[in-house]
Design a protein around this ligand. Structure first.
Ligand code: SAH
Length: 364
């Protein structure tokens, strides 16, 4: 496949639509039906290894696989917690940019948290990724390779609990997914495409989380793919939110909540509001009441709130709210009739929990 201009990752089979895959295989001098065979290997058997592609002619399969599946991401460090059912992987990209993904296996489901950018440009002061600044956007295939690796590990029985499929995918790793819109929407299209054209996931089990890039939220609503939308709100008032989520100076609390409600109107999908509870910062009873009021002002039954006890990050002066304060915050929201569940965040012992992904490897 044609090399991309400098700074861009090599083009990969997973960057292409089904029609483009056929064209690309033909360009490489092969019969069109080889595209389906390659797709089956990649999306159904989760392999890009020519040695495993025994239905392809031996003479050409290595060259073909190398052209179609250039190595985009390389695992350089794997950390485990929860008896091996939480796995954080550090990936090196072709240009040595680094990202992380976290696979979490629960009794009834499996969830992968993927990165959509190396670093992040949103600069939220309580988030480790926000402190890094943005290195670059990931390509569609760089995101899908994280997903394929998870499917593969589960399929091969590498995660305790026996072979399984990946059920849930959350764009809650490094980066702001809606700031890399084209790549993430192409990723989503391939995630939901039936095998072997894609991974056959259900759109409702895919969550796109955003700091509140309002025009992109509205655009996402119109895509006709009912993914779950999560809005990282963290404060119901502009004064505080502008400090915690700097993009709030561009799109306010009310504009972000309106866009979330619009998402529900168009897709019928209940929206999640993420709210990291930070001691003496945003955890006041009156803020819970104000949040409840603002959400109810836009109707009932369209939203639920996920408070997340703040995870520690290097250099941050902030800590999680006390337990009683957290309980009171939840009780107040529920008192307003807002379904509220504390987010179970895993992996804090391996710096793999919400807001802790910084792609560090200096502790070796
Ligand atoms: N940029 C997107 C995607 C990242 S998702 C977004 O912000 O929504 C990561 C989630 O973890 C976000 O809800 C984020 O606000 C939250 N988070 C960030 N730092 C955190 C921390 N230190 N403790 C708990 N949650 C945190």
């Amino acid at each position: 496949m044609a090399p991309r201009r400098r700074g861009k990752p090599p083009r990969h089979f997973a960057d292409l639509t089904a029609a483009e895959r056929v064209a690309s295989v033909v360009e490489a001098g092969e019969k069109p039906f080889r595209a389906k065979q390659l797709a089956t290997h990649y999306f159904t058997h989760f392999t890009s290894d020519p040695a495993e592609m025994t239905d392809l002619p031996a003479a050409s399969r290595t060259a073909l696989a190398e052209t179609m599946f250039p190595q985009l991401i390389r695992p350089t460090k794997v950390m485990e917690a929860d008896g091996g059912t939480t796995v954080k992987t550090l990936w090196h990209l072709f240009d040595d940019a680094k990202v992380e993904s976290v696979l979490m296996r629960y009794p009834q489901r499996t969830t992968l948290c993927v990165s959509s950018q190396a670093g992040c440009g949103m600069a939220c002061p309580f988030c480790a990724t926000g402190q890094l600044g943005l290195t670059r956007n990931l390509s569609t295939a760089e995101i899908l390779e994280q997903v394929r690796a998870a499917f593969r590990a589960l399929d091969r029985g590498e995660i305790p609990g026996g072979p399984a499929r990946l059920n849930n995918l959350v764009f809650m790793g490094m980066g702001e997914p809606l700031a890399n819109y084209k790549a993430i929407i192409e990723t989503v299209r391939t995630l939901v495409a039936p095998q072997p054209d894609g991974l056959g996931m259900s759109a409702r089990n895919i969550t796109v989380s955003t700091v509140g890039l309002v025009p992109a939220m509205r655009k996402l609503a119109d895509e006709g793919i009912p993914v779950t939308l999560a809005l990282s709100l963290h404060a119901p008032d502009d004064d505080l939110r502008s400090e915690l989520v700097p993009i709030n100076t561009r799109w306010s609390v009310d504009e972000a909540i309106d866009a979330a409600r619009h998402y529900y109107d168009v897709t019928g999908r209940r929206v999640s509001i993420e709210y990291a509870l930070i001691k003496d910062m945003n955890d006041h009873g009156w803020r819970a009441d104000l949040l409840g009021k603002k959400l109810n002002a836009r109707g009932r039954g369209w939203v639920h709130v996920n408070p997340i006890p703040l995870n520690p990050t290097p250099g941050s002066i902030w800590t999680a709210s006390d337990r009683e304060v957290e309980d009171e915050f939840v009780a107040r929201l529920r008192g307003h009739g807002i379904p509220t569940t504390i987010r179970d965040t895993r992996g804090s012992d391996i710096d793999g929990a919400c807001g802790q992904l910084a792609a560090e490897e200096d502790d070796e």
